[in-house]
Structure formats: C-alpha cells, structure tokens
Ligand binder design. Sequence first.
Ligand SMILES: *Cc1c(COP(=O)(O)O)cnc(C)c1O
Length: 430
Amino acid sequence: MKDFSKSEALFERACRHIPGGVNSPVRAFKSVGKNPLYIDHGVGGHVVDIDGNEFVDYISSWGPLILGHANPVIQEAIREELAKGTSYGACNAREVEMAELISSFFPSVEKVRMVNSGTEATMSAIRLARGYTGRDKFIKFDGCYHGHSDSFLINAGSGLATFGTSGSAGVTAHTAEDTLVAIYNDIESVERLLKQFDRQVAAVILEPIMGNMGLIPPQPGFLKALRELTEREGVLLIFDEVISGFRAAKGGAQELYGVRPDLTCLGKIIGGGLPVGAFGGKVEIMDLLSPNGPVYQAGTLSGNPLAMAAGIAMLKQLSAPDFYERLEERSTAFEAAIRPVIDRYPEQLSFNRVGSLCTIFFKPGGVKMNNDAKQSDTKRYAVYFREMLEQGIYLPPSQFECIFISLAHTEEDFIHTATAMEKALAKALQ
Ligand SMILES: *Cc1c(COP(=O)(O)O)cnc(C)c1O
C-alpha cells in the first residue's frame, strides 16, 4: 500500500480553512471515496506527491499541459518575462503577439479579447451575443460544461423543450429562465427550442467535442446541421473550445469537423499552465465590445505579460509542422496499449477517443449521447480509480472527466498503464 500520510495530514489542515479543503470541487476525490493528494512537482508526463509517490499523470492539469509538466521552453519564457516585472495594468507587446498567434491557429477568430479563465470567456461571449442580437435567451446542451458563471449552471429538466432549472443554489429563477437546454447530438431538440422561442434566442453554445461528461464525439453531420440551423434563424453559434482548442487539431474542433462558428471560447492550453482564457470571432461582433461598442467587458490582469509569455511559448511549440501528427502518434500508441485490456470486458465497458482525449466508460454498448454516459457505473469506477492510483496511475477522480494524453507520455508509461489496468479492472469488475 502506498503511504499517503503527508497528504492526509495536509488535507485535514486544509479543511479547517478552505471549504471542502479544495479550491475547485473535482479535486476533492469525493466521488471516488478518497482524500486528495498534494502534488509536490511534475516532470514530463508524471507528478510526484508530497509523500514522494510518483504517478503517470493523465489529468495534465485538466488539459493545459499538452507538452507535459515543467516544459523547459515555457519555463524559460516565464523566467525572462518575470525579470522585467509581473503586471502593469497597461498595454504590453505580448498581448498583440498573442492575438496574432491565436488568429493564425483559428481563422474564424478575426479579433480576440484575452481574459483570465474559461469561465470568463464563455460568460463574456454570451453577453456579447446578447448585445449583438438584442435577444435574451440562449441554448446550451445537457452535459456540456462552460465554467461556473450563473447562466451556465443549468441542468435539463425532464421535458424535451423546457426551461432550465439550476443545478446550483444561489442562481436566481429569473436567470435560469433565459437558459434553454437541448440534447447534444440531437438536432431536433434544438429545432424545437428555436421554434418555441421564436426570435428570442441569441446564441447556441456547445463544446463541439463534449469533454465534460467524459469524452463524447459529435455524431457525423451534427455540427454542420447546427451551423445551418443557427445561420438560418439569425442565432449566433458559439464553440466552447476551452478543451478542444489547440488539442483536437491545430485549429481545434472547428478545423477537424470543418464548421466555422461565429464566436470561439478558449482556455486551458492557451495559458501554457498559467491562468488565461480568450474569446473571439467575427469583427462585426467583436467590435461591439467596449471601448468600441456598448458591450462592457474588462479585466485588471487580462493580457498579463507573464501569462502571455507562457501562452506564446506554448503556442509556438504547437506551431511546429508535425506537432499534431506526433500527438496523434502518442494517442494511438496509448489506445493500442490499453485496447486489448478493455476488449476483455465488452459487457461492461465502452471506450471513446478523439485524438488525445479519451474516456473509458463503465457502461457497455457505446456512449453516443449524454444519457448513455449517465448510465455509467460510478461505484465500479471509484474502485478502479483507487486501484490505479495504488499502482502509480493518476486518473481523473471522476467517471465524467477525460483522460488527457500529452506529448510527454512515453511508451513505457502506456505499458505501465495497461499492466495496472489489468489488475484494477479485474478488481473493479469482479
Ligand atoms: C474548463 C472548462 C471551462 C472553464 O474554464 P475555467 O478556466 O475552469 O474557468 C469552460 N468550458 C469548458 C469546455 C471547460 O472544459
């Protein structure tokens, strides 16, 4: 058994002064019945906790670390910028370089505004869509996560076309009323809402590749149909590419599936491990932002030079001509290593992968819809998670989060993972 005593002691201290002991809920390990680990440092595809246990890390900071931990080029860029200062609350050259880089990855992003998190990006994009269209409501999809601002913390009701009800206390009924909830991969659910709320819907927002219910890819034609439908109805289409941006392809899911949204939200990878988000899109929409236009949006630390330096150093490495081929090669190698183990349990498991994102669902028969994912056996996942941790593999502490492959993961990591899985699945599925 691994010794987690230092983490246990620190968690006890944390719980005295931090709600639930954590600064973001999924870190709490609650759904897998354990206390969290405290990470001391990361190196490549591995993390080491304060008890000295080393793990192959498949969380990758929930996405940002596509090059692995402690990437030397990013570290050097931060060090160089740090020597000059940390923040000015004034313009700096890095912001301009960053905006140009983002547009070179995403042709649909003609203009872009930097923020400090994915939450800020989606929140601002919705405000902008409302300002542009003069409409109040928007459509999201059951199971898509867009950060924690009020209007997004809405679940589907049981009906097909229904007003959202909030999944969080503290969100007013009035706010929830303006969030309509559709079913991912079901274009008719969107058509029905647009008909029912004729000319009241400002935007449809979604993760083009769903990554917050575990990994659920868009069904063929779904994104294209959404594009056509929204265009016809004068509704903005917003892609939340906070996970898929810079990951699914150089130009994100919009490049991979050939669909051009009106607005795009970015985060995670874009900060190179520092807190950064961005939203951008068509000039005529973006120019409605203050100080050019009437939609207010601001940030004391937005475009922060240290964060920009880290992000630029990240994006420049992703610009290498063969980067996405190498990432796909890593991801294919991962699947090749674990496939034979998964395939022993066709009555119990399903596996989804798009590039370097994947999920093993504890549910047989495939996962195409959010409702399929919801049927997963989370109790067995918890057993599996704990056993994997014991064997040195650090997985997402929830069935409903993706595994993030990075370029720093090695063949050796994958073999270690497959061997650990044999044992852990035997235990979890007995
Ligand atoms: C993580 C995430 C967000 C929120 O980003 P934060 O930086 O955590 O605020 C928004 N959308 C998606 C798709 C995400 O995965």
